[in-house]
Write a protein that binds this ligand. Sequence first.
Ligand code: NAP
Length: 258
Amino acid sequence: MSHIEKLFGLANKVAIVTGGARGIGKCAAENMAAVGADIVIFDILDDLAAQTAQEIAAAHKVRTASFHCDVTDPEQVKASVEAAAQKMGTLDLLFNNAGIVIQVPAEDVSPEDWRKVVDVNLNGVFYMAQAFGKWLISHNKKGSIVNTASMSATIVNIPQPQASYNATKAAVRHLSKSLAVEWVQKGIRVNSISPGYIWTDLTASVREDYRNSWISQIPFGRMGDPQELAGAIIYLFSESAAYTTGCDILIDGSFTVV
Ligand code: NAP
């Protein structure tokens, strides 16, 4: 094994990636597989999840699987984590990444929409972390979780109104720190990444005038690519981060600096 593989390789690790059918989750899964991880995709887009899993297996010669898992349903989450462990033989890593955004002025947000965002972005992240953490603890295993927060945990984006998204992402960042401290003695590390504006289907579906406004505010003068997050995610999962927990890595093209 080369020195770089010792530092950053994920060989023989089994990783669950939520929201892994496309976007940031898919790109992270591809890159984790490229450094040796076996991949389990959890998503609600079943066909796309299965296709992504097949593509990754073919490209990287690792074991992959996909499961329908709506992260807002705690019973389905528990059953899916158990099924993934059964199928793959073990579990080591969780990229807890599924998320949605609804952009409506705060005074007009319906209780249903508010609950939907909180349910996916915060409750879903907790249900997944809890089920995965409990599985590790009950099997006396060490493991690592990376949650996807956002730069919206730190700043309030303009011009789009998205109080629910911002509030849930701030909560995810602090949830990560809280779980990191609770589980540090159990050998489970919990960190988060906070991406800036990244080009995916999620941001592609946002109004074009919003996107143009963002680009004019980003010092880099462009949005990021999911590939530009992959190294940070792999680092947090790797042996190199053995002493790193409760950390948030901001990858935002310096948006939050100015
Ligand atoms: P994306 O392209 O929409 O991918 C997210 C995936 O998660 C989709 O396949 C989505 O399915 C799935 N998903 C949604 N609700 C789910 C649920 N209840 N259970 C399981 N899977 C579910 O989004 P992305 O841009 O890659 O974003 C991934 C994460 O990064 C999110 O947490 C997002 O908030 C965060 N983030 C993104 C950016 C950005 O600029 N793109 C910036 C900062 C943070 P559906 O398509 O059916 O919803």
